[in-house]
Ligand binder design. Structure first.
Ligand code: ZN
Ligand code: ZN
Length: 411
């Protein structure tokens, strides 16, 4: 088993640096039954940090699979009122949210993906107020990860059972800067400072357009919205509490203009979506919209993502990460976006983040739409960074500035 001290450190990092739990604040942990050990450690650290009450919302992916298999489409789309009420209650009491991701790759293989899709859409529609709460930074929230056997064995195919799980814990700790000989909370303070510097340089340039090009066939331009804000690392709630939405995070990201993307982007890592792995895929955009795409594996799943709703065929995020990053250097493909997106430059199909434009969190949906914000119930990152990626920024007066050379930041 992994060192209990490291799990405790990781739990403390999730509570203090991630959610930044405040004295007397309720905490909601959203987790699967695979992650009991970390749930207990986080619960303990949350109480030590002064949490008023810790609520755990359990989910079991195998039970969910049985539901997709046996429930009627109609029942799957009928979201019980108590789920809505419970979610609203957590918002009303001012809770912060800690999600533990522990994906089971391939779990939903063989199921009717359009049924899963419809269930997902129904749930997101009914709970869109919660998405707005989180995406609008109205409360602190964070996502961390914990291993499960299936995932670990898939990532480390030459290891089995406990050995694979232990290797996965090690990989997670390394990616999250949790080591025996350090104080990860201090190290994250320094890391946040570095990300702030990148954000500042890019914000000062206020590029009109970014151009991405590499030898794999990526050749694409993205217009950025006026008064865009590059963010990354820690964020602040609308009431002034800082938090880190993702642990780990290496990215600095902003908002592309909904209708300003043109060209082709070739993915460099597989994308795990709806329990399926989309591999070797590319997308082509015209005036912001996906007009063509292909995938060597799971093209139907990619279709589900692109056609999820109107906004899921447009971009909502562009993120820059040097190829020379801790997760990329580890050489491990995590098969999970929380990690893999931090190894590589990525874009997201779907919803944009209001905070990526000045005063965005105070704008209503109509105002956001007018400045080029993309609205969607989906948000899915896909990776396209490579060791020869060149990124050029064009300023308002037409000057070109090289941002990335050979995969890495040069400004
Ligand atoms: Zn991102
Ligand atoms: Zn994203």
């Amino acid at each position: 088993m992994p060192n209990q001290d490291l799990i405790e450190k990781y739990a403390r990092l999730a509570v203090q640096t991630g959610a930044n739990v405040q004295k007397d604040q309720p905490v909601v942990i959203r987790a699967t039954t695979e992650t009991r050990e970390l749930v207990r450690a986080i619960t303990k650290e949350a109480y030590l940090a002064g949490a008023k009450r810790v609520h755990v919302q359990w989910n079991d992916d195998y039970v969910s699979r049985l539901g997709y298999e046996h429930m009627s489409e109609e029942t799957l789309q009928d979201i019980p009122e108590w789920v809505v009420n419970q979610t609203q209650h957590f918002i009303d009491i001012g809770a912060c949210f800690i999600s533990i991701t522990s994906p089971i790759p391939g779990l939903n293989a063989g199921l009717d993906s359009s049924k899963i899709q419809k269930a997902g859409i129904a749930s997101m529609k009914k709970l869109s107020f919660f998405q707005n709460h989180m995406m609008g930074n109205k409360a602190q929230w964070t996502i961390v990860a914990a291993p499960n056997t299936v995932w670990s064995e898939k990532v480390f195919p030459d290891k089995q059972g406990k050995d694979a799980v232990e290797a996965m814990w090690d990989a997670i700790f390394t990616a999250c800067r949790v080591r025996e000989d350090n104080d990860p909370i201090q190290e994250w303070d320094a890391h946040n400072e570095t990300l702030r510097k990148h954000n500042k340089i890019l914000n000062d340039f206020q590029f009109d357009q970014l151009h991405f090009k590499n030898s794999l066939g990526t050749d694409i331009t993205l217009d950025l919205v006026e008064n865009h804000v590059w963010a990354g690392g820690d964020e602040t709630t609308t009431t002034g509490t800082s938090f880190n939405p993702n642990i780990p995070t290496e990215e600095t990201f902003t908002m592309p203009h909904k209708t300003g993307t043109n060209g082709k982007v070739v993915a460099t890592k597989p994308l795990n979506y709806q329990g399926n792995l989309i591999e070797d895929f590319w997308l082509e955009f015209k005036d912001g919209k996906v007009v063509d795409y292909d995938a060597k594996k799971e093209k139907d799943t990619l279709k589900n993502l692109v056609e999820f709703d109107e906004g899921s065929s447009y971009l909502g995020e562009i993120a820059l990460i040097s190829y020379d990053s801790p997760i990329q250097n580890s050489g491990i493909l995590f098969l999970n976006t929380l990690f893999d997106e931090n190894a590589s430059c990525h874009m997201a199909l779907g919803r944009a983040y209001p905070m990526n434009v000045e005063d965005g969190t105070n704008m209503n949906p109509k105002e956001l739409e007018e400045i080029g914000y993309n609205q969607s119930m989906a948000h899915s990152d896909f990776m396209f960074g490579s060791e020869d990626l060149q990124v050029t920024g064009k300023t308002k007066d037409g000057k070109e500035v090289i941002i990335f050379k050979d995969g890495n930041f040069v400004i």
